[in-house]
Design a protein around this ligand. Sequence first.
Ligand code: SAH
Ligand code: SF4
Length: 363
Amino acid sequence: MNDSRPAILDLSPADLASWLRERQQPKYRADQIFEWIYRKRVTGFARMLNLPEALRSELENNFRLFGLRKVRQTGSEDSTRKFLFSLVDGNLIETVLIPASPDLYGSAADRKTLCVSTQVGCAYGCKFCASGLDGWTRNLRSGEIVEQIIQVEAETGEKVNNIVFMGMGEPLANFEQLLRAVKTINADWGIGIGARHMTVSTSGLAPRIRELADQPLQIRLAISLHGATDEVRGQIMPVNRKYPLAELMDACAYYSSRKKQRITFEYILINGINDGLDQAEKLARLARRIEAKINLIPYNQVQGLNWSRPSSNRQNAFLQALRSSGIDATIRREKGHDIDAACGQLRLQTVRDKTFAAVSEVR
Ligand code: SAH
Ligand code: SF4
């Protein structure tokens, strides 16, 4: 069903206060409503028991409370769990819950990390990525970004305390809604997760990195680098033509200096493409300049793409080359990488299965 009521999760306290003012309702009602939504996690306006009944039904008539519906789930409690959600317009997004993993973006042993999507599809078309394969459909609204946390917590009964914007989509290409979502996730009246426990990952939109640097929140930044020269990077990431490495590195340096923070470079190891020791040496040089940490990720096989991950020996040689240059580098070794496969794949598979089913039906 396509619910056309606006989502209440898209509202800031000021937005809700002005809606209430128009209805001659006292200001404290906004606090009460947000407390029901974000603290008590009620599933319907009718359950907001300290509100007058007339206001409850007016809220019901004017807003939708939730819009995501779980359509698939993979993984089990002690491994990575992936959730496929449909949005009110039927589009599909993925959200991934990652159990405690000490090498993941400032996370300690007790961290539960949620990887959220920011767009349906992606326009950037990196050659190795499932999210970009079918192009870009639309931006997520901030409420749809925030709701991924609420729904996963409701599904699992677990509390998330670390957020990575590394799901489907390019977060910095949906800048305004991303910032709104970050504020809601951070706020005391909202989800209440510290900005230092949020990491935005970008394929390298240099001007937006600078803009993010000028924002007051101490949010962390990860760069999908995947190549240490324009030649190698440009081959697999078309965005490098628009923002070549020199420009990207300047923006990163600006970010580190404004935020007094260390950036993380993500570097997928793809067999025979970017995993040579000459790249490791150049990568070390880039990282040293801005004191970045490096997170190596062995490539996850994507259906329909011909890339593969290098052997463990090759992976280790790359890691050791970085470490012996004094770089703080880790490698993300996943258990069962069939389920852990990068974001975008569950959706792709489901969309293609559906298309296949539809085609078979016609026949
Ligand atoms: N658009 C943003 C955030 C989403 S992608 C960005 O590119 O940073 C999140 C991470 O998943 C990126 O580092 C991306 O390069 C990585 N990724 C994409 N496809 C992958 C694959 N097949 N195997 C391993 N990592 C992958
Ligand atoms: Fe988009 Fe990031 Fe995938 Fe590139 S890696 S296509 S920017 S989601």
